[in-house]
Design a protein around this ligand. Structure first.
Ligand SMILES: NC(=O)c1ccc[n+]([C@@H]2O[C@H](COP(=O)([O-])OP(=O)(O)OC[C@H]3O[C@@H](n4cnc5c(N)ncnc54)[C@H](OP(=O)(O)O)[C@@H]3O)[C@@H](O)[C@H]2O)c1
Length: 267
């Protein structure tokens, strides 16, 4: 049985790969860069897993389809869609107003949304061809969204929008796929201590360790939850704030350090 993980060279993807490593477990691990991927491979192999790595860009639809089909030569049990890109407003350099650069916004959509679809569709296709197990399961797919998906956040317009789109797609597709034995889970988590947030220059309320995030993600995925949300209070607060009229919500959002130009890494 095989588990496939994108973004496995870092952070949550790497943490999941470690946690799922055991003797004879086959792992297909993908990421953009070989250095980080090789490190994950060494750590997982030392725990007895059979590891296949591939430097792959999730934005490449044909290559993703080919890689996922190769991984499904033995039963494709679980897929974790962890590759992702973040970023916010560029530094203002004294200009009165700034907005996200087009190149930045497009890269975020192409990775977080199109890249996730490039993983999801071939994985679903492979799982459909697999026989259901004794519990009727053909496979499980878990996709990283974010608590940011709940808010129209002025500091991260394309990140929030890309995560909202993938969360909606996953949760809305889940009922029909469940009837076919495939469970879909979306993860709307707050801040997780990974390289992605290392450069953030603002307080991160509710920050959890990668180990804690991995524990919650695995538990929810194995339970077949439609959406995993943590910390609960942060998710609930985000949802309630976004119920306010946009101009009222903006008054709060625009005061936050994370909404300031240059507050987050610029792509
Ligand atoms: N950390 C958080 O607070 C947090 C919160 C909510 C949701 N999430 C989401 O959780 C997922 C994992 O995040 P993380 O914190 O583990 O981030 P991370 O440590 O930056 O890991 C993300 C990985 O994705 C890879 N990647 C980026 N673009 C790619 C592409 N086009 N093709 C293939 N791989 C690509 C990155 O490669 P390189 O580094 O080599 O470029 C990196 O190894 C992301 O989708 C993120 O948006 C994170």
């Amino acid at each position: 049985m095989t588990i496939l993980i994108t973004g496995a060279g870092s952070g949550i993807g790497q943490g999941l790969a470690h946690r799922l490593s055991r003797p004879y477990q086959t792992l297909f691990l993908g990421d953009l860069h070989s250095d980080s991927l090789n490190l994950t491979q060494a750590q997982c192999s030392s725990l007895g897993a059979v590891v296949h790595t591939r430097c792959i860009d999730v934005r490449d639809r044909a290559e993703m389809a080919e890689w996922i089909s190769e991984s499904a030569r033995s039963r494709l049990e679980m897929v974790f869609v962890c590759a992702g890109l973040t970023g916010g407003l560029p530094p203002s350099h004294g200009h009165p107003s700034v907005m996200e650069r087009e190149e930045h916004a497009r890269a975020i959509f192409e990775t977080n949304l199109t890249g996730a679809l490039n993983t999801l569709f071939p994985a679903i296709e492979q799982m459909r061809q697999q026989k259901p197990d004794k519990n009727g399961h053909r496979g499980r797919i878990c996709v990283m969204s974010s608590v940011a998906s709940f808010v129209s956040y002025p500091g991260t317009p394309s990140y929030s929008a890309s995560k909202a789109a993938i969360d909606r797609f996953v949760v809305a597709s889940a009922p029909s796929l469940e009837k076919q034995g495939i469970s879909l889970t979306s993860v709307c988590c707050g801040f997780v201590k990974t390289p992605m947030v290392r450069a953030n220059r603002f307080p991160m309320p509710g920050l959890v360790s990668t180990e804690e995030a991995v524990r919650r993600i695995l538990r929810g995925t194995l339970r077949g939850q439609r959406r995993i949300m943590f910390p609960f209070w942060l998710g609930l607060g985000a949802r309630l704030t976004d119920l306010l009229p946009p101009r009222l919500a903006e008054r709060y959002y625009c005061r936050q350090p994370s909404a300031q130009p240059g507050g987050m890494p610029d792509y």
